[in-house]
Design a protein around this ligand. Structure first.
Ligand code: 48H
Length: 260
């Protein structure tokens, strides 16, 4: 084996990370959250040639997928989302007509692999704590980031910024980006109704229908859409999350191209 001095390990990690971070300061789309909706959106946007950065506060991808159904290691997907499973090369078992069972571990790693292979980049252990805005006309034009460890430390540390044409809140039940915007930029008129109790089919349908632009430069996908519009939850069925990710990608691609 090649001998490696310890200082070289540090040197190349820091050099290559800094190289990436310099490129990440300006991207087309920031996706906040590496859950099912965020990673699906990342693949389709990257395939369209956009520069996409997924920011995930944990050290792992998948969001709510890995927990499966109450820690049972399977999740459900309904039609027409099996088309998306196929595009990510995820295997599924049709248990009833147009109803599919998927292995949770396979789903999370293949969504991540699909997004990466399409060209999206991921930052793990980093969280979005705020947005960047610009006036005239008022819009969201980026995010403020910090290492996840910083808020846990209790230290006062200022964030760093990323500029982007679109920011997607794909943070799940907490809708963290929309919540910040509703409090700190009231002029954008974002007001969260709160997620409703379970009614699976209604929740799945409405989340996909309402997925899209929330304010100039700001978009929502997945369970964040439920929190925003008062939509019922649906439990461990993920067709709506995948379709929501695909839809937000289409909406953003159209918006960015219209401006260009
Ligand atoms: C960086 C952040 C931040 C932040 C959070 O929860 P997710 O899996 O999100 P979705 O909407 O793609 O999928 C929801 C699904 O998993 C689910 O919970 C369902 C279907 N529930 C139904 C029900 O009835 O309960 O992923 C969100 C990701 C997570 O990995 C978070 O760690 C991450 O976002 N995240 N990352 N900065 N501020 N906040």
């Amino acid at each position: 084996m090649r001998e490696v001095r310890e200082d070289l390990i540090t040197k190349y990690i820091v050099l290559k990370s800094a190289e990436d971070w310099a490129k990440f300061t300006e991207v087309d789309v920031v996706i906040v959250g590496a859950g099912p909706s965020g990673m699906t959106a990342a693949k389709y946007l990257a395939e369209e040639g956009f520069k996409v950065l997924v920011i995930e506060r944990r050290l792992s991808v998948g969001g709510g997928i890995g927990g499966g159904g109450n820690l049972f290691h399977k999740v459900l997907v309904e039609s027409p989302a099996q088309e998306i499973l196929r595009e990510f090369n995820v295997r599924y078992d049709e248990v009833e007509e147009e109803l599919y069972v998927v292995d949770a571990a396979e789903l999370e790693v293949k969504l991540a692999a699909g997004a990466l292979d399409a060209g999206a980049r991921f930052l793990l252990g980093v969280m979005v704590e705020d947005v960047v805005i610009s006036e005239n006309p008022l819009r969201v034009c980026g995010v403020a980031l910090t290492w996840t460890a910083i808020p846990l430390s209790g230290l006062h540390v200022d964030p760093v910024f990323i500029r982007s044409k679109a920011v997607v809140d794909a943070t799940g039940h907490d809708a963290e980006v929309l919540t910040v915007v509703s409090k700190k930029v009231p002029e954008l008129g974002v007001s969260l109704k709160g997620e409703k109790s379970a009614e699976a089919s209604v929740g799945e349908r409405l989340i996909v229908e309402r997925t899209g632009r929330v304010a100039p430069g700001l978009y929502a996908a997945g369970m964040a859409v439920a929190k925003l519009y008062g939509i019922p939850r649906m439990g461990p069925i993920f067709g709506g999350m995948l379709l929501s990710g695909k839809k937000v990608a289409e909406v953003i691609a159209k918006d960015i191209r219209e401006v260009a």
